[in-house]
Design a protein around this ligand. Structure first.
Ligand SMILES: Nc1ncnc2c1ncn2[C@@H]1O[C@H](COP(=O)(O)OP(=O)(O)O)[C@@H](O)[C@H]1O
Ligand SMILES: [Mg+2]
Length: 400
């Protein structure tokens, strides 16, 4: 009796804290910097709530261009463009972190809610500041050093083996180089970089966590990512990850601790290394929907895109439980093709049960360009994996 009374009481309490207890309304505008596939899937989720999403991107053929409620052709790194775009929006968010932070700070100071907050974006844009944040807050991460130019690699020979990471601008493995001996120094980047001790990991894991303005936090179950060694890109993602409940709890706790310490509103992807002796180390974080959460569209009660929308508009967060196991594979442009897209094997894959193809609407393919993804669901992860291998074998993005 007492317990159920308390539950009802606390739910009432929660509802009383909601900023706005009505539907968004016809004039409510969400502004998204970037018009890529992450924005496109955010629009798809927002459509269920009849929320208008406005995007800005420098490419008029960006994946969001044709499906956004409003599309602005503009430079997301330019102060004036970002400021003018954000000024009339009810909330501004990002689908890529390399955006003009000064303009977002200006918008924030003028009362436009910007989530993730600009100061957090500024820190995350720089992998050096990210590593310093982990160190300062006792968040487990691999030992690191900071350098400002390639010539300083030689002074760090005793730190070998390590991974050189460009402090700014890297993504999808571009801007990351393993340095296993001093012979690799000549291939190093000549820009300010983080040198991170090489981690001989057992697995790479990821946890997506969301937080709204009320401080409500929810994590998605941990996933495992298998990277292509040559491309540094996710080749297979497994949900759920094959890890012990102890590791699962630790990973969830780290993700919650990070979003709390950042005091962040929105969705945060936390990439982790599970070492061979069972320790977890944070690799990097991304304050937006992420490649490691695409499977949530079919595998979880709430998708990462819907969760991001709920978080940035201060709505109750959705349940994150897994409904069915999923394996996600990225659909990359085949190595030898460039030009207008042609998808080979489409009908054969469409004929497979519980296989979900997502095409990003990019008109032209390039070697290894992310053109879409496929989530293969099943009652168990082993079946999903074997079907994923079939999908990978059949479905190819080529040019006509
Ligand atoms: N310290 C490290 N030790 C071993 N492998 C690493 C290390 N740092 C990164 N990697 C590998 O490189 C990939 C890309 O690095 P990451 O820092 O996540 O950059 P990106 O921004 O390109 O995703 C990681 O997912 C991992 O496979
Ligand atoms: Mg990464």
């Amino acid at each position: 009796m007492f317990e159920s009374y308390r539950l009802i009481y606390s739910q009432k309490d929660y509802f009383c804290n909601m900023k706005d207890n009505v539907w968004y309304g016809k004039d409510y505008k969400v502004g998204v910097l970037g018009g890529g596939q992450l924005g496109r899937m955010l629009i798809q989720a927002a459509n269920s709530y009849d929320v208008a999403i406005y995007c800005m991107d420098g490419d008029v053929h960006a994946p969001c261009a044709k499906i956004a409620h409003g599309f602005t052709h503009g430079d997301i790194q330019n102060f004036e463009d970002v400021y003018a775009f954000g000024k009339d929006k009810n909330v501004v968010t990002v689908e890529i972190e390399h955006v003009n932070v000064a303009a977002l700070k200006q918008l924030e100071s003028e009362g436009v809610p910007v989530y993730p907050q600009p100061a957090i974006l500024e820190m995350i844009q720089d992998k050096g500041l990210q590593k310093e944040f982990y160190a300062k807050n006792n968040i487990p991460t691999a030992p690191f050093r900071l350098i400002s130019a390639q010539a300083e690699l030689a002074q760090n020979e005793s730190f070998l083996p390590f991974v050189q990471k460009m402090r700014k601008g890297g993504y999808d493995g571009k801007g990351v180089k393993a340095m296993l001996s001093n012979k690799d120094f000549e291939d190093g980047f000549d820009v300010p970089s983080v040198l991170e001790q090489f981690v001989d990991f057992e697995k790479e894991l990821a946890v997506i966590v969301a937080r709204n303005e009320n401080g409500e936090i929810k994590t998605f179950p941990t996933v495992a990512c298998e990277f292509s060694k040559s491309l540094n890109l996710v080749e297979f993602l497994y949900a759920p990850a094959d890890i012990s409940s102890v590791i699962e709890e630790k990973a969830q706790a780290i993700a919650k601790e990070i979003i709390e310490k950042l005091d962040m509103v929105g969705l945060l992807a936390v990439e982790l290394f599970l070492t061979k002796d069972g320790a977890l180390l944070v690799n990097e974080i991304a304050p937006r929907p992420h490649n490691s959460g695409h499977h949530t569209i079919e595998s979880n009660i709430t998708s990462q895109f819907e969760q991001h929308l709920r978080a940035i508009t201060n709505r109750p967060l959705g349940a994150t439980d897994i409904v069915q196991a999923g394996v996600m594979v990225n659909l990359l442009g085949e190595p030898d093709y460039e030009g207008p897209t042609f998808l080979e094997g489409f009908d054969r894959v469409m004929a497979m049960p519980n296989v979900h193809v997502h095409l990003y609407g990019k008109a032209t393919t390039k070697p290894h360009r992310k053109m879409g993804h496929v989530t293969i669901c099943a009652k168990d992860i082993a079946t999903a994996k074997s079907n994923a291998l079939v999908v990978k074998d059949i479905l190819k993005v080529k040019a006509k």
